[in-house]
Structures are given as C-alpha cells and as structure tokens.
Design a protein around this ligand. Structure first.
Ligand code: 5GP
Length: 628
C-alpha cells in the first residue's frame, strides 16, 4: 500500500504535480446525498422514470444494441465474449420460481395487473385528496405497492390463498394458515420498509451482477467517496466515513462505475469525472459493477483516540491520495481515528469538529508517517554528511576525524513521535493528579505555585526533596528534605527514582516519584515546577501529571510586570525569556495539557484554579498506556 502511494508520488513528481491519484467526487459545496425521503413524490416519479428507462435499455439490449459499451472495462470485455449478454430482471426470474408450482404465468401477470390498477386508482385518489397528510399516506402506500419485494409477496400471498380456496373454499387447511399468510405479508412489508433507504436495483449481465444506484445531490450531506483510474476504468477508491455513501452501503471500495446518468466513464480521467460530477444536478444514477473482492463481514469499527505529535498540512503533502479529503491538524490536537482500513491513510475527525464536520478526513497512518519521516531524516543526514565531506575536501584535511554522521542512528528512529493513543480519564476524588507547572524563569510559574500553597495549604502541597547536603539545625529529616548519602542518592538516580535532579554547591538535590506519590496518597494535590527535560520521566512515572505551560506575555508587558515586582531586567533578558518559551513550546508543546499566558498575575491565577477544578468535574485525555 505504501509503495503504491510512493509510486504515485514518483509519477506526480515527473509531471503531474497537481493531480492526485484519487479524486473526491464531491468537494465541499458540491455534495451529493442519497434520496432519503420516502414521502417525496418527485422521488416516486424518478423511480418510475428510471424503470421506464431501464425497460427501454432491456429492449434495446435484446436487439443487441444496448447503450452500455461492453468494452467499458476489462470485466465487461470478458462478458462481451458471451454472445448472450443482456440485462435480465432477476426479480422476475425469482417471481417465476416462487410461483410456478402453484399458479400459472397468466395468474401471476393477472395479479400484478391488479396491483398496477390499484396503483393507478391510488394515484387518482391522491389527486382528489385535499390535506397534505392524506396525500402523504397515499404516497407511502403507492411506494410500498411499487416495490418488487412487495409484488413478490403479494403474488405468493394470492397464490397461497388461491390454493387454499381450491382445497377447501370455506375452511383453511389449518387453523393457523390464514394467520401464517398474514404474517408472511407483514414480514414482506417489514423487509421492504427496512430497505426503504437503499435506492438500488440489482440487474444482471449473465452471471455478472450490475448495480444501479440512485443518488441525489444535496447541500447538507456529503457523499464521501473518491475514485481512481484502473487502466481505462473508473473505480471507487475510498468510501469515507460519515458520508452518505458509507452510511447507505450502496457504494463500496473497488466498485467500477460504468456510467453516471447514462454517461459512460470508460477512458475518463478521474479529474474529468470530478468535473463531470461538479456540473451534475438532481438525481444521479450510477451503473456499477460491484467489486469482486469479498467484503469483510461488517463489524463495529472501534474508534481510536490519538494525540498528534506533529503538525500536518494536507496542502503540503504530495503523498496524500486525495487532497480535498486531507485533514489538517497541529501538534497536540486530539484526533478520533474512525478507520484504519487503509493503514497508510487513516480516516479521522479532530476533537470538537465531529458535529460541524460530517465527513471524516484523511491523515497519514502511524507507520506510514514514521517511515517517511525516517526517510526524510536519512536524506537530510546524508546530505549533511555529503556537505561535510566537501568541506573536509576543501580544507584538504587528510586525517579525517571519525564521522559524526548519524547514519548509524538512521536505522532506528524510535524517537519519531507520530501519534499516541489516548483515553479519557476522570481523576478519583481521593487521588488527585499532580499539577506540573512548566515555563521559563520569570514567566511567573513559581509565584503561581506559591500562591496556591499559601491560600489553600490543606489542598495543595509540594513533594519533599532529597539532598546529599547535611541537615541544618532547624531542619528535620522528611520535613524540609530527605537527607541521604551521595551513594544512596546515586543508586536511586540510576534506578530512575527521581523525576528531576540537580547539583548546587557540590550537593545533589532531587524530587523522587515516591515523594510525589506520598502527597497523592494523602489526598492533596502535588504542585511541581519542572524543567521541560523532566517531562518525559514524569510521563512515564505513572503519576498521571496534568501539565500546564505558563507562557510569558509580550516583551513590553513582561517588562511592566517585572517592574511592578521590583526588578528591572535588561531587554536582552526579556528577549531571552520569550525565546526560551518559544523553544519550549516548539519542542514540548505536545506534552502540555493546557497553556496560560501570564498577562496578569490575578487572571493567570484564576485560570489556573479553573483548570485545576475542571479535573474534578470533567474527564481529560491521557495516554492510554497510563491506564493499563
Ligand atoms: P538549600 O540547600 O539552601 O535548601 O537549597 C539550595 C538550592 O537547591 C536552592 O536553589 C534550591 O532551589 C535547590 N533545590 C532544593 N530542592 C531541590 C530539588 O528538589 N531539586 C533541585 N533540582 N533543586 C533543589
């Protein structure tokens, strides 16, 4: 699958840069949807109109002059070798089989005529009706009577009652026979009603099934399908979730579209098909050869929720098979992946978009994204190495240093982050998530932590750190610090027991996961002020932190805020704070659960409180691995 996309890319690079391999047959604003309203009289007329057209086609076909070019596809070519090619009506054949044991062909025709008469009478009656409700009721009955299944059931019903009347005109064979007949009729009705939404006819070219699918152009429901060229045929390439095509089940991947409204698609490029559909209005009738691939049994698709760890711009992706369907997203966005049928191109919605965006979008699949990112990095590394060689050559350095090339690293890009599977998690009342405040110095995160601690000391707490320095006179082990020996500290550090650590005046300091857990177990909220480098360890600690980035405001505002606090930093220092924040966001933004821009200390504090309180009232997305 990946290769086919790669090939597509090569083709495009060599000339067709603009054309993608698949075209959406309904771009936004030109959507198609299925005819759905059973109460619409135009709908009934169209069906009748189409049935007449079909009849004409059959007649022409029987004279060997059918409209459909039997060479329209390879499969049709094969069919054309059969001299008896023609469209049969399987429903009529089925009707014959069902009735031949019990009644003659004439009787069947007679019964059907009765139905036609009834239909006409109803049509006449409908004209005489004045209120809309009664007219709608009459319409419904007419639609039911026009259904092939109903006609079959009615014929069977008539045949059975005729047989029963012949055996014993006044008494049924068994007491339940009449009830059974009624039940059969009702079952047929239910079956017809169940199929009300499917506007398709199945017709046959000797042994080969061809489908007629009717679709109606509408503004509010996209069709959600793409087409591709397969030699000279046009084939449904992708059925996108949430579109009318997917919900109806009428169009399937691999179906060949022979005609749309009588226009043959043979030899047409997908772009032409796209343009053709753009001009078409009203009812569209597709003539399809259903895919020969065995469809997997329908199963409930499980939705996978992921957090994206890269920005994605579909307009900048030459690999994307259908540009119109690409879904753009940013690092940190939550995406609901609803189909991974194509491992290279998943179908997804962005969190919050589901309601106003009925159609899913295409996003690169995880391994596909990892592979192409690996490829990209390898190429960058190679070009760097190449440039390095040139540089050495120019300098005429004979004794080359061992190359610092990253080629050896290329084989394994485990660090390529694409998506992380996420789940909703609602913190239990007695085990509150620790709050990690991240930000550059002077962004005010430490002040915010202190304010929370001073206002509600019974609710918030900080973890007691470890240190290798000696305790001071007033200090108690386990209160200000856990005083430990250097070897003990080193052992714990090597065992990964510290979320963070540092050295100050030849003494080691660090915050252990156990200290944080101690606070969580006490029912309080642990407040942490951390460097970004600690985020990775914290995330793998099973402490389920909620990470808030405290971003500085503009340089001018930051200067004013710091001046109010009594400090007058130099402009370079202010610039540095802002640049540091930008770097943090760029490299670690995908790990932030929320961001507060510290424009005003009071506002920032209230926003912080609001976010913390929200953890009690609303579930939050966390990596699924945290919950295993
Ligand atoms: P003191 O020894 O005077 O209590 O603290 C000396 C320095 O160690 C202070 O700058 C303080 O911020 C830092 N420190 C205290 N606890 C920790 C900790 O848990 N981790 C790190 N990295 N530094 C700490």
């Amino acid at each position: 699958m990946i290769m086919s996309h790669m090939n597509g890319y090569v083709q495009e690079a060599s000339g067709q840069a603009k054309s993608h391999r698949e075209r959406a047959v309904d771009c936004p604003g030109e959507e198609l949807c299925l005819v759905k309203s059973p109460h619409c009289s135009a709908h009934m007329e169209r069906i009748q109109h189409y049935q007449e057209e079909l009849k004409k086609k059959r007649e022409e076909d029987s004279r060997g002059k059918h409209d459909i070019d039997p060479n329209a596809s390879l499969r049709l070519k094969k069919l054309s070798q059969n001299p008896k090619v023609g469209i049969d009506n399987p429903t009529f054949e089925g009707k014959e089989k069902a009735t031949k044991d019990s009644c003659s062909q004439e009787a069947v025709v007679g019964k059907l005529k009765e139905l036609v008469d009834l239909l006409q009478a109803l049509k006449w009656a409908q004209h005489c009706l004045t209120d809309a409700q009664s007219q709608q009721d009459a319409e419904l009955i007419m639609q039911l009577l026009a259904k092939e299944d109903f006609k079959n059931a009615y014929t069977i019903y008539s045949a059975v009652s005729q047989q029963m009347t012949r055996v014993s005109p006044n008494s049924p064979l068994t007491a339940q026979a009449k009830d059974l007949c009624q039940e059969a009729l009702m079952q047929a009705h239910d079956s017809v009603a169940g199929q009300e939404m499917s506007e398709e006819d199945v017709v046959e070219y000797h042994g080969e099934t061809v489908k007629l699918v009717r679709l109606e152009k509408a503004r509010d429901t996209p069709l959600g399908a793409t087409v591709r060229n397969d030699m000279d045929s046009v084939v449904v390439s992708r059925v996108v979730k949430g579109g009318a095509a997917e919900r109806s089940g009428l169009l399937s991947e691999g179906d060949e579209i022979l005609e749309i409204n009588g226009i043959s698609l043979r030899g047409k490029h997908v772009n032409e098909v796209h343009d053709l559909l753009q001009q078409m209005q009203g009812t569209l009738t597709f003539l399809l050869i259903p895919s020969s691939q065995i469809k997997p049994a329908p199963h409930r698709q499980t939705v996978m929720h992921v957090r994206a760890y890269f920005d994605y711009d579909p307009s900048d992706d030459p690999f994307l098979p259908c540009r119109e369907l690409g879904l753009s997203f940013q690092k940190g966005d939550i995406l609901h992946v609803i189909s991974q049928d194509d491992p290279s191109w998943w179908q997804a919605y962005r969190d919050g978009d589901e309601d106003n965006q009925p159609l899913a979008g295409l996003i690169p699949g995880k391994s596909f994204q990892q592979q192409r990112e690996t490829l990209k990095r390898t190429m960058t590394d190679r070009s760097r190495e190449h440039q390095g060689k040139l540089w050495y050559a120019k300098k005429n350095i004979k004794k080359r240093k061992k190359s610092t090339s990253t080629l050896s690293r290329n084989t394994d890009y485990d660090d390529i982050l694409t998506y992380e599977e996420m789940s909703l998690y609602h913190q239990p009342a007695n085990r509150k998530r620790p709050i990690a405040l991240i930000g550059p110095t002077k962004s005010g995160h430490d002040e915010l932590r202190r304010r929370l601690l001073s206002i509600e000391p019974e609710k918030f707490a900080v973890a007691v750190p470890h240190t290798t320095r000696n305790s001071r006179i007033h200090e108690r082990n386990g209160r200000e610090y856990h005083f430990v020996s250097r070897p003990a500290f080193d052992t714990d550090l090597a065992a990964g027991k510290f979320i963070e650590s540092g050295e100050y005046e030849k003494n080691l300091y660090g915050t252990s996961t156990d200290s944080v857990r101690h606070i969580i177990n006490s029912g309080r909220i642990c407040l942490l002020c951390l460097h970004t480098r600690s985020l990775q360890i914290l995330r793998s600690s099973n402490l389920k932190p909620y990470v808030i980035f405290i971003a500085p405001p503009s340089q001018e505002r930051l200067r004013t805020l710091l001046a109010t606090g009594g400090t007058t930093p130099k402009p370079e220092e202010l610039k540095e704070v802002i640049e540091k924040a930008r770097e943090m966001e760029q490299n670690f933004g995908h790990f932030f659960d929320a961001t507060i821009v510290n424009m005003d200390p009071d506002q920032a504090f209230h926003e912080l409180r609001r976010l913390i309180d929200k953890l009690d009232t609303e579930p939050q997305w966390v990596p699924t691995s945290w919950l295993c």
